[in-house]
Design a protein around this ligand. Structure first.
Ligand code: ADP
Ligand code: AMP
Length: 220
């Protein structure tokens, strides 16, 4: 299956797409991670994108498309995290998938907490592992203690986890979200999942929305 997972910043796209890929043996592609990778590696593109990223502004659609294109494997089972985020990206993605004779099977939109709650969620303790890229929360989804888990960390706060940047990201999301939802709803592939629950309960709802019966070995 080819899946996109959308929702405002802080809603749990990273967390849930990691859970789902692990459970169902999918590949995860996060456009936020692709942007961060370039910035961290200090590439020419990374230096160009740093300003957008730190301000919480969307990176231009053509740049995002260039980053995503090589990963749209027609034979794979994958989940896109945080993409497409604009109607221009929706159309560009569709064009790319048509060339490969494939299409999205499901678009999961996570919703529930208010913008203020999302900002609180992130600023109160979002941490990302430098070793694995996995996202945690110091209180709601704590990273393993050193030596106890499979993820050695270190667990750091992201450069864009600042209130002002988060507000800009939320604003950019709300500008496009309804149009994108409407578009995929008309195609009959939209599923809205309540993200105002504990992490494992959201995961179960997503897996059910994807049509996997509980406890069954999935097939891609
Ligand atoms: P996004 O990728 O949508 O920006 P993240 O997956 O990074 O969101 O989650 C934002 C923060 O909220 C992280 O610290 C994560 O551990 C935490 N989190 C994710 N889902 C939940 C949840 N259902 N309840 C409480 N905290 C959550
Ligand atoms: P995220 O990790 O998904 O919160 O994304 C972090 C930042 O990366 C965003 O604020 C944007 O600057 C950039 N970004 C990630 N995905 C996209 C996208 N699909 N379109 C435009 N910009 C993006």
């Amino acid at each position: 299956m080819k899946i996109a997972m959308l929702g405002p910043v802080g809603i749990g796209k990273g967390t849930q797409s990691q859970q789902v890929t692990q459970r169902l043996n999918y590949t995860r592609l996060s456009t936020g991670d692709l942007v961060r990778d370039h910035i961290e590696a200090d590439t020419e593109l990374g230096r160009e994108l740093e300003g957008y990223y730190e301000r919480g502004e969307p990176v231009p659609d053509d740049v995002i498309m260039d980053l995503v294109r090589p990963h749209l494997n027609p034979a794979g089972a994958w989940i896109l995290d945080g993409f497409p985020r604009t109607m221009a990206q929706v159309h560009a993605l569709e064009e790319e998938l048509e060339k490969r004779h494939i299409g999205l099977d499901k678009v999961i939109v996570l919703e529930g907490p208010s913008d203020e709650e999302l900002i609180e969620r992130i600023t109160s303790g979002r941490r990302q592992s430098l070793a694995t890229g996995r996202v945690y929360h110091t209180e709601y989804d704590p990273p393993p203690n050193p030596g106890e888990g499979w993820d050695p960390g270190p667990f750091v706060q992201r450069d864009d986890d600042k209130e002002e940047a988060l507000r800009r990201e939320l604003e950019a999301y709300h500008e496009e979200a309804e149009k994108i939802k409407e578009y995929y709803d008309e195609q009959g592939i939209l599923a809205v999942v309540n993200a105002d629950q504990d992490v494992p309960d959201v995961t179960e709802d997503i897996i059910a929305a994807l049509g996997y019966p509980e406890e069954r070995t999935p097939r891609a």
